[in-house]
Write a protein that binds this ligand. Structure first.
Ligand SMILES: NC(=O)c1ccc[n+]([C@@H]2O[C@H](COP(=O)([O-])OP(=O)(O)OC[C@H]3O[C@@H](n4cnc5c(N)ncnc54)[C@H](O)[C@@H]3O)[C@@H](O)[C@H]2O)c1
Length: 326
């Protein structure tokens, strides 16, 4: 039986790393992937370790987490190699036959661990991507990211506002225009299943369903996810209808962040349907929406005018968002 090891920071994991790990696991019988992380790095180590576990689940690959604060380059410490050997030995099989890497340091690392070095793609010619490039411009390297990592970098756009102002249609139209997807409004699903009734206890179910749907679809989006409403709007509805909102829902609403919010104004005709509550209060509701967006320091754009004008303003705002590199 042959054994091997891949070591990396995976900051974040991308398809170049996936190629290296897949190569290695097809080369040996038993592969260990060591996810080495430092506390000060920009993406939490635990998350990277979980991503790598998810990416190779069911393949027989062992993924382990090394979160010791080790020097990162031989120039940083006179005992660099001994420190790394001591840290790695307890995590890897004995004996270790092969070390796989696309780095020159692989030669020395293999020697220290008593293994042979297998060089994979030093020039990164198969998957021309790096962690630095992904962190600098995640959207430009989208196709090199696995779905779990895409969901971390996806830009979230919330379509927000009073009822009957075209939110659902706009979210779907935007999704189509940007070749992505829209998260449907979960309240509608729930309320329709109750023949139009809503009670205070439904607020938590609505919030849970909305959040679950958003998180599920974040993995399937193409760079930008359009959310037909979000939990902040659920808290406003809860206040409006039931004079208060469960703490858990308010907390979760504060925790969730959006890169852009499109606030739809009420200068369009009212359309009646089963899931409608406040025809006479749309203007007040709109004002409350704007106040809450400001209080939560959300970046937002108000959409006004005809359906076409709203759509064009929304496209412009999303284009600007996708062009941003921050
Ligand atoms: N610099 C050294 O001499 C040295 C020696 C021993 C250990 N280390 C430590 O090893 C750890 C891992 O470092 P890292 O920066 O190599 O991790 P990394 O996450 O950048 O890379 C992990 C592995 O994937 C390979 N890889 C990256 N992009 C690839 C692509 N597009 N195609 C194919 N393969 C690709 C890398 O070459 C490496 O072998 C760090 O903690 C580092 O300090 C460094």
């Amino acid at each position: 039986m042959t054994t091997g090891m891949v070591l990396g920071k995976f900051l974040p994991p991308h398809l170049g790393h996936a190629y290296l790990v897949d190569f290695a696991r097809h080369y040996v019988d038993e592969l260990t992937v060591v996810v080495g992380t430092l506390a000060a790095e920009p993406i939490p180590g635990r998350r990277r370790y979980e991503w790598m576990r998810e990416m190779f689940a069911g393949t027989g690959t062992r993924v382990v987490h090394l979160d010791q604060e080790l020097p990162q380059d031989p120039s940083e410490h006179p005992e660099f190699w001994r420190l790394w050997e001591d840290a790695l030995r307890p995590l890897i099989p004995q004996p270790l036959d092969y070390v796989f890497a696309s780095e020159q340091y692989g030669w020395k690392l293999a020697e220290v661990l008593g293994a042979q070095f297998v060089q994979v793609d030093i020039d990164r010619s198969v998957m021309p991507v790096s962690g630095t490039k992904v962190r600098e411009q995640p959207l430009a390297h989208w196709r090199y990211l696995p779905p779990c990592v895409q969901s971390y970098f996806v830009r979230r756009v919330s379509v927000f506002g009073p009822e009957s102002t075209g939110k659902s249609t706009l979210a779907k139209d935007l999704a189509e225009h940007f070749h992505s997807i829209a998260v449907p409004e979960y309240a509608r699903t729930l309320i329709e299943s109750q023949q139009g009734r809503i009670e205070a206890e439904d607020i938590e179910k609505i919030a849970r369903g909305q959040a679950a749907s958003e998180d599920a679809l974040a993995r399937a989006a193409n760079r930008v996810l359009f959310c037909d409403t979000d939990l902040l709007l659920t808290t406003i509805w809860s206040d409006w209808l039931f004079d208060g909102c469960p703490d858990a829902v308010s907390r979760e609403a504060r925790r969730r962040t959006y890169d852009l919010t499109l606030l739809t104004d009420v200068d369009v005709p009212w359309v009646e349907d089963q899931v409608r509550y406040l025809p006479q209060d749309r203007t007040n509701f709109f004002q409350r929406c704007e106040t809450e967006l400001q209080a939560h320091q959300r970046r937002y754009v108000v959409l006004r005018g005809s359906w076409e004008e709203r759509f064009q303003s929304a496209v412009q705002a999303v284009d600007a968002l996708l062009a941003r590199t921050d």
